[in-house]
Write a protein that binds this ligand. Structure first.
Ligand code: ZN
Length: 377
């Protein structure tokens, strides 16, 4: 069949699949994969549509990606129709062109070509979700739940998110930092600013708390990870009166942590610090914690070597094995099998005029083809 990954990306861009809308993107993939002999199952949960497609049986190479996209933002700032899939100066434009309809298209095209030209002794799975950019509750998690219920196994998995900073081939991701957010509320005593001794102002106490948290060195990094970080994302009081000491103030911090920590250990640390500040200053501090994912490292060894060699074959570069960046659905898949993330350059992800180099999409298809070929060699 020899599928053109750029045409397929363009067809997917024309589906207005703003998360969690399916908008025809999975229908299109399902039709294409079914025709090529993949057994397709729609795994829909809540408002979300997902697709599980398997070719063959036995030892399985999996691919995970998403067809949902973030909203376009201010449409007047775009120089093209965000869903028009216009090609200009060697770039294909459109929302989702890099994140990550091109990745899905490149793998689907490589997999279809491969099974048709040299059917492997084994199996290829595409687990495509429509809920990566949203809550990520009914997306890859739903696919993994469905797989467990139906004894569907993947032995190794590639996640096709953009991973390269400048040039294709530079970077793969072999793990991710964990992410957690703490929401603090300090309750003091309201009062007249002329009589501060009759009040207990929560603002300087919040300043102390934030100062103690940000000045603490969590670690100096580990073998595969950068140092953990804590960022203050907001401090809010919303007090408009200049003669009133407020009763309450709130702040939020986000922690990105490496494999020297767990969210549980960090929660205990936060609890210790807040308890001390609260008792020293005679206030109540309420803390709410939300964990987006634990840090993990996976698949260093045969599988990451295979990917590295496959990338080198096409680009002449051995990708750096990195754990940088935000979270991805790899955080769910790592409990199922070894997972490595590899995709193209992600510079215009989520931006106005998102675009992908056409040349890179063909390169990515060739790299995925090499990976599949080497996996079954
Ligand atoms: Zn993405």
């Amino acid at each position: 069949m020899n599928i053109d990954p750029v045409n397929l990306t363009a067809d997917l861009i024309r589906c207005k699949s703003i998360t969690p809308k399916e908008a025809g993107a999975l229908v299109l993939l399902e039709a294409l994969l079914s025709k090529a002999g993949f057994e397709c199952n729609r795994v829909d949960r809540g408002l979300v549509s997902n697709l599980f497609a398997r070719w063959g049986s036995g030892r399985t190479l999996g691919f995970n990606g998403h067809t949902d996209v973030v909203p376009v933002g201010s449409i007047n700032d775009w120089t093209v129709d965000p869903f028009g899939a216009e090609i200009k100066d060697g770039f294909l434009y459109g929302r989702g062109s890099t994140d990550m309809k091109s990745g899905v298209a490149a793998f689907a095209a490589a997999a279809i070509d491969f099974v048709q030209n040299s059917p492997p002794d084994g199996s290829i799975v595409l687990a495509i979700t429509g809920d990566e950019e949203g809550q990520a509750v009914d997306g890859t998690v739903a696919l993994l739940d469905w797989m467990n219920e139906n004894n569907e196994i993947i032995n190794h998995c590639i996640v096709g998110e953009p991973t390269c900073p400048e040039n294709i081939g530079e970077m793969m991701k072999i793990g991710r930092r964990g992410s957690m957010t703490a929401y603090f509320t300090i309750r003091g005593v309201q009062g007249h600013s002329a009589y501060p001794h009759r009040a207990n102002n929560p603002l300087p106490i919040m300043a102390k708390l934030i100062c103690d948290l940000t000045s603490f060195e969590l670690d100096q990094g580990s073998k595969h990870f950068d140092p953990s970080t804590l960022a203050v994302t907001t401090i809010d009081t919303g007090n408009l009166a200049n003669n009133v000491i407020p009763a309450e103030t709130k702040a939020t911090v986000n922690i990105r942590f490496n494999d020297l920590h767990t969210s549980k250990k960090l929660s205990i640390w936060l609890d210790k610090v807040t308890k001390r500040i609260a008792s020293e200053n005679d206030v109540e501090i309420n803390t709410e914690i939300q964990v987006s994912g634990e840090s993990f490292i996976t698949a260093l060894g045969d599988f990451s070597d295979l990917i590295s060699n496959s990338v080198h074959l096409e680009t002449g570069i051995y990708p750096e094995a990195s754990t940088s960046g935000g979270t991805s659905d790899a955080r769910f898949i790592k409990d199922h099998c070894p997972v490595v993330e590899f995709g193209l350059v992600g510079k215009t992800m989520h931006q106005i005029d998102e675009r992908v180099s056409i040349d890179q999409v063909y390169k990515l298809k060739a790299i995925y083809f090499n990976i599949i070929k080497n996996y079954f060699a």
